[in-house]
Design a protein. Structure first.
Ligand code: HEM
Length: 420
């Protein structure tokens, strides 16, 4: 593959251009599914585009590790991260250390702190609160009285933010600050959203703002524990000991960030898919029991997380390629989710698709910790939407965030008619 194609594969702007990025992925799946990629501004890596290969690498957490290199960053961004880390030194020995950055045995110990809460009763307890927030979103839609409005800004970006913040225990008055910080964080490559438009120096100051906020929150919960996720984290005991400040603040920050923009992207992208496929919208309205399948298809279709990286710890033969110890491997989830070896007619949006073994949440030991919560939110929201909205119409130009990590929408103008 030429440098030009390699550059396209990492380009935040190309990832925002669905037709272009999927044409590129389709070509790679067909001609070079385990592809040595050398973009001009990035360290080289193997690009994995097939569903089966991404599953294989994701499941081998002891061979393909997370701690060395988690995401695609330009060399300049990596250098800026290093500089920012040294600015932090004295207080922390590194900048950010979430469960996603860890390998075993730490990963197992730190994930265990919240796994039970996320997988079971913790999330279920919030069902009624999530339903109330969904109804509030629909009430807000009603205020537009069938006139055009920006669904991304007014609805999709706010609902998951409110859910995640109420679950974390961040009061409503602090939520605009969190919205700004997460958007700047994931939109760092987008000229309109990133703090300095270049995703270098100042970008890392954001982490400090998050950290100060969450360190204070943890101190509060340790002093006065409550029945919430913030307390579960603050009082978590990996290896039967207290959690370090860096790990505690990182834990909050990853939940605040990972739990918000991803779900927002599926909320908006799911509606866009329905706008583009009116027969699917009609089907959903006629038989609301199809909501569960619709949510899974929206996750497959939107695949908001574009990639994660692993690093090989030893030489590994994958297909026709030999991945050498130390090489980076990028898992391109949106590509896996259009692989025709797994999905019949993968470019058709079909809410009745079954089975639907998409990889939107990743796979293996690092598979999304928040997937039950994300499914719950999306299902409850869609249920309220289908019950109260009776007509949907596009109303202007759709704008996507330029990002190669978590995609999303800057604008999705629509006109929605409400029954009540
Ligand atoms: C539609 C919504 C979401 C999508 C598509 C999504 C996707 C992903 C993906 C692809 C990964 C990496 C998996 C891997 O490496 O195999 C991940 C990890 C993670 N997600 Fe999500 N996510 C979503 C929502 C959430 C929510 C709501 C939360 C928390 C409240 C969350 C928290 C996390 C955490 C903590 C990890 C790291 C897990 C680990 O490394 O062990 N995510 N997610």
């Amino acid at each position: 593959m030429s440098t030009e194609l390699a550059d396209a594969l990492v380009s935040p702007a190309v990832h925002a251009d669905e037709a272009r990025i999927h044409a590129l992925f389709s070509e790679l799946r067909r001609t070079s599914p385990v592809h040595w990629t050398q973009p001009a501004d990035y360290r080289p890596f193997w690009a994995l585009t097939r569903h089966a290969d991404i599953m294989e690498v994701s499941r081998k957490n002891d061979v393909f590790i997370n701690s060395r290199r988690l995401n695609l960053m330009t060399r300049a961004q990596e250098a800026a991260a290093k500089r920012a880390t040294s600015k932090f030194s004295g207080k922390y020995d590194r900048m950010y250390r979430t469960v996603a950055h860890m390998d075993n045995p730490d990963h197992r110990e730190y994930r265990r702190v919240t796994a039970e809460w996320f997988m079971g009763p913790g999330v279920r307890k919030f069902e009624a609160a999530v339903a109330t927030l969904a109804e509030e979103s629909l009430d807000h839609i009603a205020t537009f009285g069938g006139e055009p409005f920006d669904y991304a800004r007014e609805v999709a970006n706010l609902f998951p933010l409110r859910v995640i913040m109420s679950i974390l225990g961040v009061p409503r008055e602090d939520q605009p600050l969190m919205l700004r910080l997460t958007q700047e964080f994931f939109g760092a490559d987008d000229a309109d959203l990133g703090r300095d438009g270049t995703n270098t120096g100042q970008h890392f100051d954001l982490l400090r703002e998050f950290f100060d906020y969450f360190t204070a929150m943890a101190a509060d919960r340790r002093k006065s524990p409550r029945d919430d996720l913030a307390t579960v984290i603050a009082c978590g005991r990996p290896y039967d000991g207290p959690m370090g400040d860096l790990e505690t603040a990182s834990y909050y920050a990853v939940i605040a960030t990972a739990g918000h923009d991803t779900t927002a992207a599926v909320t908006a992208g799911g509606l866009l898919a329905l706008l583009e496929n009116p027969n699917q919208w009609q089907k959903l309205r006629a038989v609301p029991e199809k909501i569960k399948g619709a949510v899974e298809e929206m996750l497959r279709w939107v695949s908001p997380v574009k990639h994660f990286l692993r690093t090989a710890r030893e030489d590994y033969r994958l297909g026709d390629a030999t991945i050498a110890a130390g090489d980076g491997v990028a898992l391109f989830y949106p590509s896996a989710n259009r692989d025709d070896a797994v999905f019949a007619d993968p470019f058709r949006f079909d809410i009745e698709r079954t089975p639907n073994r998409h990889l939107a949440f990743g796979f293996g030991g690092h598979m999304c910790l928040g997937l039950s919560l994300a499914r719950l939110e999306l299902t409850i929201f869609l249920r309220a939407f289908v019950r109260r909205v009776d007509s949907i119409e596009p109303a202007g130009e759709v704008q996507r965030i330029h990002a190669n990590l978590v995609g999303g929408f800057k604008a999705l103008p629509v006109r929605l008619g409400l029954v009540h």
